[in-house]
Structure formats: structure tokens, C-alpha cells
Design a protein around this ligand. Sequence first.
Ligand SMILES: *[C@@H]1O[C@H](CO)[C@@H](O)[C@H](O)[C@H]1NC(C)=O
Ligand SMILES: *[C@@H]1O[C@H](CO)[C@@H](O)[C@H](O)[C@H]1NC(C)=O
Ligand SMILES: *[C@@H]1O[C@H](CO)[C@@H](O)[C@H](O)[C@H]1NC(C)=O
Ligand SMILES: *[C@@H]1O[C@H](CO)[C@@H](O)[C@H](O)[C@H]1NC(C)=O
Length: 710
Amino acid sequence: MPTAVVLLPAMLLCAVVAAVAANGLTVKPGCQASCGGVDIPYPFGIGAGCFRPGFEIGCDSGKPSLPGTAAGSVGIPVLSLSVMPRPEARVMLPVAFQCFNSTGDSIDYSWGTVDFNPVGVYRISNASNELVVLGCNTVIYTNSGPPGRSKYSYYSGCVAYCNDSRSAQDGACAGIGCCRVDIPPGLTGNWMRLGSGSGEWSHANQEFSPCDYAFIVEKGYYVFKVDHLTKMPRTQTMPMRLDWAIRDTDINSAGSMYSCAQVASRKDYTCVSSHSVCVDSANGPGYYCNCTKGYEGNPYLHEGCKNINECERPEEFPCNGKCDDIDGSYNCVCRKGYQSNGDPKENPCTPSFSRTAKLALGLSFGLSIMIAAVLTTFIKLERTKRKELFRKNGGNILQNVKVITIYTKDELDTITKKCSELLGRGSFGYVYKGTLRDKTIVAVKASIQVTEKTKEDFAKEVEIQARMIHRNILKLLGCCLEVDVPMLVYKFAARGSLEEVLHVKKLEPLSLDLRLDIAIGSAEGLRYMHCGTTEPILHGDVKPGNILLDETFTPKISDFGLSKLPTQEYYKTNCVVGPFAFLDPVFKQTRLLTPKSDVYSFGAVLVELITRKKNDHEQERLKKFCKLYTEHGSARAMFDKDIVTSEDIFMLEEIGKLATDCLKQVSDDRPDMTEVVEQLVVLRRSRRHRITREISDPEDTSTTNTPKRT
Ligand SMILES: *[C@@H]1O[C@H](CO)[C@@H](O)[C@H](O)[C@H]1NC(C)=O
Ligand SMILES: *[C@@H]1O[C@H](CO)[C@@H](O)[C@H](O)[C@H]1NC(C)=O
Ligand SMILES: *[C@@H]1O[C@H](CO)[C@@H](O)[C@H](O)[C@H]1NC(C)=O
Ligand SMILES: *[C@@H]1O[C@H](CO)[C@@H](O)[C@H](O)[C@H]1NC(C)=O
């Protein structure tokens, strides 16, 4: 299984490709379906007869490209092409720049001119991109479109200014050294109007920012670094998204382009599949095609839109009963003996008692009535007992909570097949695997013993957990109260806990990327607990064993069974929370849990992630780790050798540094979870940035790669 880990990103890619292919025809018969790992769906195509005019893709060097021209290269690199659900193309475009010498004279420049639009099918997406300008004392804009009151209809740009070499800041792009603006729809090409660099925009004696740069880039992709002002290579490229549409010209109407209303009756109407519709383009004139509801695939090919089998995708198309796929839709009805207050696609199916009643009616008189009476008494007694437990366990409070499903004892037995598959032991009892009626796999777990006194707290706790909806928090789906110790039903995490993945299953190697993603996901889950809900929720027991991983290694924070609102006195008790290996020493003394205690434990988890060695109860390893940082500024010797490479050592040291910040002895010196997430995300961005750059620009790996050390 080890290769699965390394290949994860590639596998995800494959999944997407396969899904598209499975939906039916995405290429014209006999045409090449992909190039360099990029899918080429019709109307795109490679080679004569395979594409619609204007949608040609080149594949000469084994990499897909648009046939337009960019300065210094033939063809514009393509990252992806999509037909559904949005008509979109992702490409890499060069950055425009202008450099000055110390007397302020321009010595080199490029407008970044790219003509990707010889037939006019592309527009730069205004929804997905932004314009970024880097420089000091600089105004740069782009312009495009047909003549308006000025030469063009669209102008868009911004001013970047810095007072001196120290004023710009990493990550801040609000006018100091870096500015960004949204762009209007309708932009047809890429080129930048560069400033003159003279007069009030002089660049003389500005060695801290000798060049200006401007580029349109996918929103959220670019993160400003002060280094870029001096070190961005002039050959830098950036990813950008293009909207595309069918823009055929109506020769009878002065060159205007067809909209859906005009094209529907024409022979060259392009939405040829049955179950397809025409949609007017939102960016520029023209139209594109979509499959109608209940169908997916490629509307540009005959029979390209295929029926969706909704029953195979319960996440997207829920059904709480029996699902039946029909052409273009699906039917969903409750199973025999169950009923629902409304549509079972949305509402749960619950057992209907009418069946028992009917059965009783159907029985003949005499003996049968007696048996029925005995049975009824028996059922009543059993029901009374269950009702009693239900009430004792806070059921009356919980049944008004909409977000949680309350299962009966019988339903629970069906779900766990009478507890037949044991997963392990939790803090308070056994954990069983189960399957819900919609095939969702779940973990069913005993919670704490509830008494009359604690039932309100318990109910409140369950409600809080059920309301926590976040991709990095283990989802509580429901509970069963008709048993002695209430049982909680959680979404099942297929890969088990981080502890198992790191130390028991020994999946090898776990890439640094994956570990960073796990760290970020876990930190986001904790941040959500601390700040994403109306009242902060503390975990109190953060450790790798409580970070579960699903099929795609997405971390899910779990087991905050002991968590309570911080306002409660609960923590001042002698109850020991968490194993000592991860326990905040401040908490040990004060017995008062704060968000910073979770931060401390998270720091200890980070250390385990990058060293892949278990922390000991005396925390000797953590002390050693921090000591190495204090004395040598790095704990390089302790890092997991599997992930130490010369390119990644900086990244590891930064993560280690963050861990030591979390492990500070004084709570106030530790960052909060929001800061932790931000720092990790900045590290990941700079890493991806570097990798994309190495791919797009193999000659220039020497500059601006290393994240700035703080
Ligand atoms: C800057 O460039 C201009 C024009 O090429 C030149 O005249 C001037 O001498 C250069 N200044 C320096 C300091 O190199
Ligand atoms: C992009 O342009 C379209 C068409 O004018 C507009 O509806 C949409 O709101 C714009 N999107 C953004 C994010 O500006
Ligand atoms: C701007 O730069 C000048 C000279 O470099 C410096 O004296 C001044 O303090 C700076 N002003 C601010 C607000 O940073
Ligand atoms: C295309 O069809 C899908 C499925 O019916 C729908 O979800 C999507 O919103 C449609 N897209 C547009 C732009 O109409």
C-alpha cells in the first residue's frame, strides 16, 4: 500500500479523468483524448477534423498548448480544459516587467503580450482572476475591447508605492510594493501598459525595487513576498483562467455574434446532444452548451449527455429509502414498513407502526387475541423501559434538535448488525462499525454514563457536536438514547488515526506535502472549534490518536467527549485530561483549560509529524527538540529522514520553528490557532509556488524559492 500515499495527487487526477470518460464520449471518435495528462474534450481537439474551428490544441512537445503566440515561445501552455460544469481553460501566461538602472532609465521591458484569441473564443475570466502589480512608485494597467470613449472600452490597473526598502510586507498586497484589482469581463488579450518611469514616477536610486511587474492571475494563487521585488525572474509565468464560448459571427448582422435566441433554429447549432441546452455566455457575446438536469457528459457531441445514475452517488443525490434510477432523474421511496413526513429524499424514513396494527387486526379472534394481548403487554413493557432510558439520557431535550437523527434501539441494532464488527476501544467503551441505510459507513461509539444530574449537560454537549459542521471535524450524525449508556453515531474515517498512520501502519513514505496538508487540516479543525462557533469549544485532548483520516487523508478532529464550554468550572476538577505526552504543563499546574493548551498539544503533534517518533510521557523529546532550536536554530538531526531533502529543509525548519512557538512554556507567548493556520498556509503556498515555478520555468530555480525566515 505504500505507493498509494506517494501517488495520491496523481490518483485524484486520474479519478477526475476517469469520471469524465465514464460519462461517455468526450472526444470525437478517432481523436486523441488527452495530451501530457490533460483531458482534451470536444470542442477542443488535436489535429485536423478533431476540433471545432477556434478550439485547436497543439501537442507537439508532448504538452498541450493553445496555438497563440507568447513572447519568446510558440504556443501557450495549457493546464486544463473543461466543458462542464463551466466552460473554462487554464493556461500559463508570462509576466510583464520593466527594469530600470540607477539613474532611472528603462533598460529592459516586456508587455507580456499574448494573443491567444485568433478566432475570438476566449475571454479572460473576470470571476476567477485578478490583476496584480508589483513595484515601488509604479502605475500599470491593462486595456482591451472595442473602442469606447477612449481608444478601448476597458481599462483596469493600480498603483503600487513604497516609501523605502522596509515598508513592504510579506503577504500584504494593499498598495505598498504590491497592489491588486478585480478585472472587468470582456478582456480579450493579455498585455500591460507600463509606466514611463520618469517624472513623478521616477525609479532613480531604487535598488530595493529595480523592476516593476504586472500579471493577471487566478484569484488566491499569488502571495506577495518582499523578495519578489528584487528577485522575480523575468521569465516568470502565472496561471490564469479563460472563459470560452461558441462565438460564431452572423454575417447578415454586421459581424455580431449569435446568442442562444438567434442560433437555436440554425443548422450549425452546436448543442447537438439530446438533453442539452444552450446558455448565453456571461463573459462576452456568444453561447455555450450544458446538459440538462439529470444528465452529464459532453453536450457538444451526439448523445454526449448521459443519464446520471443518482443512486450510485448518495452524497450528491440523497435518498433515505429505496432508490431507483430513472432516465433523467430518480425515484426514492421509503422501504416497506417505514414512512416519512414528506419527501424521503430530504426527510428520514421512520418505522411505521401501522404494520404491527394491521398484523394484529389480521389475526383471528380467540387464541390469537390472547397472544396479541400478551405480546402487546410485552412490547409495552419493553417500550416503557426504552422510553424511560430515552428520558433519562436527555431525549426530551434532544428530540427538538433538528440537526441530529435519534435512532431507536432496533435501528441501532440494524446499523451495527448487532455490534458484529468491533473497531476498537474508545475512552468510555467499545467502538463498532456500522452501515446506515443510505450505505454511509459509520462508527458507533459508547459515550459517557448519563445521570439525572448530568443529562442537561450531556444533551447540550451532543447538540454542540452535532452543530459543528466542518470538513476537519468528525461529523456526529446521530445518537441512540434507548440504551443504558447512550451511543453516538459518527461518520467513519477509513484510514484510522494519525497515530496509526504514523507509527502502526507505517505507510511509507509519507510525503512532506501530505504531512503539511494533514497539519493544516487539523489546525483548521481546531481553529473552527476555538473561533468558528458562537461559543469557543476547547478540545482538551489533542493528540495523533484523536486526529482521524478519511479515505483521502483529510484529517478529522475527533473525541472531544470531555470538551466543555470554557465558562464552566468543569476544568477545575481533578479530572486528568489528555495523555501526558501532549499535555500543556500550564494546565497541569492550574487545571484550567484554555485555547492555548490545545495550541501546546498541537505543537507536540507537529513535532511527531515531522520527526515520526512518538513523544514520551516525560516530554523529554519535546524538550530536546526545543533546546536544539534555542541553541542551533534548527532540530535538523531529529527530522524524519524520509522527508529531509536539500530543497525541503527550509520548509521543515519553518514547521519545526512554529512547533516550538506552540510549545512555549508561557501560554501568552504561544500563537493562537488562527495564527498557526495562517503560518502553515503561507508555507504551503510558497512551496506550491516554488514547485509550479520549477515546472513552468526549469532553468530558473535559483531565485525567490525559499520562504522568508521569520
Ligand atoms: C542608465 O541607462 C541610460 C540609458 O541606457 C544610460 O545613459 C545611463 O548611463 C545608465 N546609467 C547607469 C548608471 O548605468
Ligand atoms: C463578471 O462579469 C459578469 C458579467 O458582467 C458579472 O455578472 C459577474 O458578477 C462578474 N464577476 C465578478 C466576480 O466580478
Ligand atoms: C520614508 O522614508 C524616509 C527616507 O527613507 C524616512 O526618513 C521616513 O521616515 C519614511 N517614512 C515612513 C512613514 O516610513
Ligand atoms: C449546467 O447543468 C448543471 C446540471 O443540470 C447545473 O447544475 C449547472 O448549474 C448548469 N450550468 C449552467 C451555467 O447553467
